[in-house]
Design a protein around this ligand. Structure first.
Ligand SMILES: [Zn+2]
Length: 50
C-alpha cells in the first residue's frame, strides 16, 4: 500500500518527502502538499488542471 505524503510528513524524513514533492505534478486539495504521483496524496488533483 502506498504511503500518502500527507501522512508521511509526520513520521518520515524531510529529504524523502522533498524528493517526492520536487516534481509537483499533483497537489493535495486537502492539505496543500505537492507530489509527483497521485497516490502520494489523500486528495490529489493534477496541477495542470487548475
Ligand atoms: Zn493530503
Amino acid at each position: 500500500m502506498a504511503k500518502k505524503l500527507c501522512k508521511l510528513a509526520k513520521n518520515d524524513r524531510l529529504d524523502k518527502i522533498a524528493e517526492r514533492a520536487r516534481s509537483g505534478d499533483y497537489i493535495c486539495s486537502k492539505c496543500g502538499r505537492t507530489a509527483s504521483k497521485k497516490k502520494y496524496l489523500c486528495k490529489a488533483v493534477a496541477v495542470e488542471d487548475l
